[in-house]
Design a protein around this ligand. Structure first.
Ligand SMILES: *Cc1c(COP(=O)(O)O)cnc(C)c1O
Length: 374
């Protein structure tokens, strides 16, 4: 079969014989539930890699966010500031607490939350800010740190998409008071479903350990002093993640090469603009992200996606703005940058096994598809 007969999914996990070996080892050991050596190993090594004191694995990235907010005591009547452009999980976690997600627009130069917008949205009920490292690009934690310190707010980083990124040389996982990760099947590191929280706040970490384990008193079995949750990860998932973490540099390098390939080869395409990268940022190579057409163009992205689908290239549109979703509807939200990015943004196939000739083949199909829509 020639490359031209192939189809390209938008994402695919990178799984080697190392993942296989560890997961079989975990299975044969009988430690398939939420205790076991791979869980301890992974938490220790992931914390070190993220320059944080502690890492706590969770069953996915959404409950990692909820665990953070629950441990911080956020509840009804509270407000948490989130970017308008993010995956729904960021806002859902706030709603699970009975609190209100207040959406703030993103910046055109980073696609991350605008610190000036955050400052304007802070009110008497504001308790926390969740910044999101959209498409692997860290938010402006320097400005957000300063704001949160001045207003006594918890700074949370939703780094589900940015494992491996750095800001001024510091890794995600150490840039906020507390950081959450996702290990869903399309993320940079994966265990199918999975998540993690990193923090150097020992009291918050203890509170999260308690709530993650149904709220059970560590000194007294089957006594539950508080309402908790079962948000534990299995040792089987941790086995896969131990292998992924050992291979992290290799996976990141391969994904970097895919995105660099698109950006270099498509640099002369006037209809496409690549994700901007701010000074001091090393972006994590989550998903190649481009804008289609000029500002305000509401049709070219979907036309390109349809043409590419016919040519066997799967793509994803950017997220729908949170204030446009029924569960979080806010007709008063003023988010023009989010609205524009949401209409024009497209993600291209990005995975470690997408070799250079395949990237070239996708680029050729993008050129062919663009020729049919303009
Ligand atoms: C993937 C993702 C999450 C968490 O997703 P899960 O599927 O629950 O692991 C949270 N926030 C963002 C921005 C994400 O991309």
């Amino acid at each position: 079969m020639s490359i031209a007969d192939d189809t390209y999914p938008v994402a695919r996990p990178s799984l080697s014989t190392l993942e296989e070996r560890y997961v079989v080892d975990a299975l044969r050991s009988g430690w398939i539930s939420s205790q076991g050596p791979y869980l301890r190993d992974f938490e220790e090594r992931f914390a070190r890699r993220c320059a944080a004191d502690a890492a706590l694995t969770t069953s996915n990235g959404t409950v990692a966010l909820h665990l953070v907010l629950a441990a911080a005591g956020i509840g009804p009547g509270d407000e948490v500031i989130v970017p308008a452009l993010t995956y729904v999980a960021t806002a859902n976690a706030v709603a699970y607490c009975g609190a209100r997600a207040v959406c703030v627009d993103v910046l055109p130069e980073s696609w991350c939350v605008d610190p000036a917008g955050v400052r304007a949205a802070i009110g008497p009920r504001t308790r926390a800010v969740i910044a999101v490292d959209l498409y692997g690009h860290p938010a402006d934690y320097t400005a957000l740190r300063d704001l949160c310190d001045r207003h006594g707010l918890l700074l949370v980083a939703d780094a589900a998409e940015s494992f491996g990124a750095t800001l001024d040389g510091r890794p995600t996982g150490s840039l906020a008071d507390v950081t959450t990760f996702s290990f869903f099947g399309n993320k940079v590191l994966t265990s199918g479903e999975g998540g993690c929280v990193t923090t150097s706040d020992a009291a918050l970490a203890d509170r999260m350990r308690l709530l993650r384990n149904q709220g059970m008193d560590p000194q007294r079995r089957y006594y539950f002093p508080v309402l908790g949750y079962n948000y534990r990860m299995t040792n089987l998932c941790a086995a896969v993640l131990c292998a992924q973490l050992e291979r992290a540099d290799e996976i990141i390098a391969l994904r970097d090469r895919v995105i660099a390939g698109y950006e270099e080869q498509l640099a002369d395409e006037p209809a496409l603009s690549a994700q901007p990268v701010a000074a001091g940022v090393r972006r994590a190579p989550w998903m190649a992200a481009f804008l289609v057409g000029a500002e305000g163009d509401a049709t070219s992205r979907d036309a390109l996606a349809r043409a590419l689908a016919r040519l066997g290239v799967e793509t994803r549109p950017f997220f729908v703005p949170i204030p446009d979703l029924p569960a979080h509807r806010d007709p008063g939200a003023d988010c023009p940058v989010t609205e524009d990015l949401s209409r024009r943004g497209i993600n291209l196939p990005t995975y470690a096994d997408l070799a250079e000739p395949a990237v070239k083949a996708v680029v050729e199909r993008i050129r062919a598809a663009l020729a049919t829509i303009v």
